[in-house]
Design a protein around this ligand. Structure first.
Ligand code: NIG
Ligand code: FE
Length: 441
């Protein structure tokens, strides 16, 4: 018998996403569905996945164990959101109104608004204020089925303020059930005090920020926004080269607003991901296909910036590039924490199928963070990071859009969302070590 302390039983569809990562081409749509599926966990790890008959025969649930009835419901791996800008203060709804009247995102940035407006607000915010904001946002993510995220600094743009943001991320990872993977994005914009001295800011990043961030082990990745309104591919190569030397993994904001050579650069440097890619060239896509780099698509940002619908996702999958999906959660180009808002946009505006979008939001997203051995699919030995949706099959996640179907979330084997509400634990209200332990390793 297999001993368990938590079980989810009789799902109309148990979407396992089992098998090797990353998923490319036809494998991007392989969901590994088990009808009348059951899952059991012990000490935070999955110990059984199978159908109801085998579950009844093989699994013994301890006396204080929790059994969750998923009859008529769909069970998925918790979402992994591999691109967020979580630790910021303020909001930009007035800029949004201007954009609705026709002002372009780039124009707002050129006038000192956009990213630099959020930099002002974030510099002014205290560490504690950022932790509180972060907690509320992570709660919203968890309620929408997200169990692991990547989160970037990049609204500090001084050594001190970047470190403040990264320390906030470290604290949030310790307090909150959602796992937070930190990325240093000092190269998000050229700060206004360096406007006439770009080279000086790049030097500051390379010579002071990266050594300090890596030395204090405050980030796992380094990212650069490569674009006309941010950094050139050449500047990015200098920054990412320095980051790689210090042991950081690499990510690139690539070809979002224009073709800036970002996809080619990401592939050539062996980056973990190339993100956005709306203006990637065919050459850039072919380079990604030959590399181990994942494409992280952000259809929420494209939608929010009113980019035209395209076949970007379709072209990438057909070219054998592993495709992941993320929110890009940030106050300018995509102010939503909800991964379920992103999947319909990926299908309707970027040409993915619902099955491809689900793989992109789970296993491939986990691969893009280097975590595929630990989370992103429902297989024995992996973390029990699971969501239960009140829908009869996975298609409803895309089809029945604009509402939250997530009823139950289990993170590392613990029940953290119950019937659509946070399960009573201390991370909700105040700082300090929460009652939910993090999975080790
Ligand atoms: O991913 N592209 C750069 N950064 C964000 C936008 C950040 C902002 O507008 O504050 C993005 O879209
Ligand atoms: Fe981004």
């Amino acid at each position: 018998m297999i001993d368990a302390d938590l079980a989810i039983v009789d799902a109309s569809e148990l979407v396992t996403v089992r098998g090797a990562a990353p998923r490319r081409g036809a494998a991007q749509a392989d969901l590994g569905i088990i009808e009348h599926g059951c899952l059991a966990a012990r000490d935070g790890l999955i110990v059984f996945v199978g159908d109801e008959r085998d579950y009844r025969r093989q699994v013994r649930l301890g006396r204080s164990g929790v059994e969750i009835d998923a009859t008529g419901r769909t069970v998925l791996p918790g979402f992994v959101d591999p691109h967020t800008h979580l630790p910021f203060a303020g909001s930009r709804e007035r800029e949004f109104s201007l954009r609705l009247q026709g002002t372009r995102y780039e124009e707002i940035a050129a006038q000192g608004g956009g990213i630099l407006a959020t930099v002002e607000a974030t510099r002014r915010a205290s560490y504690d204020a950022l932790v509180e904001l972060g907690k509320a946002r992570l709660n919203r993510m968890l309620l929408h089925g997200t169990t692991t995220i990547e989160a970037k600094s990049g609204y500090g743009l001084t050594l001190e303020d970047e470190i403040k943001q990264l320390r906030v991320l470290r604290a949030l990872d310790g307090i909150h059930p959602v796992d937070v993977v930190p990325t240093f994005l000092g190269a998000h914009a050229v700060p206004k005090e360096h406007r006439r001295d770009r080279a000086g800011y790049v030097r500051e990043i390379v010579e002071r920020m990266i050594p300090e961030v890596a030395g204090q082990n405050l980030a796992r990745f380094c990212d650069v926004f490569v674009d006309e309104i941010a950094f050139t591919a050449e500047e990015a190569e200098t920054i990412l080269g320095a980051a790689a030397q210090r042991g950081l993994g690499l990510r690139v904001h690539a070809d979002q607003l224009s073709d800036s050579g970002g996809a080619l650069l990401a592939a050539r440097l062996g980056a973990a991901s190339a993100d956005h890619l709306e203006h990637a060239t065919e050459e850039g896509i072919r380079a990604l296909a030959r590399s181990a780099t994942a494409a992280v698509l952000l259809p929420g940002a494209a939608f929010f910036l009113r980019a035209a619908a395209s076949t970007l996702g379709r072209r990438l999958v057909d070219a054998q590039v592993p495709v992941a999906l993320a929110t890009d959660f940030n106050p300018g180009s995509c102010p939503t924490e909800a991964m379920p808002a992103i999947l319909p946009l990926a299908c309707l505006n970027f040409g993915l199928s619902p099955a491809e979008a689900i793989v992109a939001a789970t296993l491939n997203a986990s691969y893009a963070l280097g975590l595929a051995a630990r989370t992103g699919s429902l297989e024995t030995g992996k973390a029990a990071d699971v969501q239960v949706l009140d829908v009869p099959n996975h298609l409803h996640l895309v089809y029945h859009f604009g509402v939250n179907h997530c009823r139950t979330v289990v993170k590392s084997g613990r029940l953290v969302v119950e019937e659509g509400a946070l399960a009573g634990e201390t991370w909700r209200g105040h700082s300090g070590k929460g009652a939910v332990d993090k999975a080790s390793g």
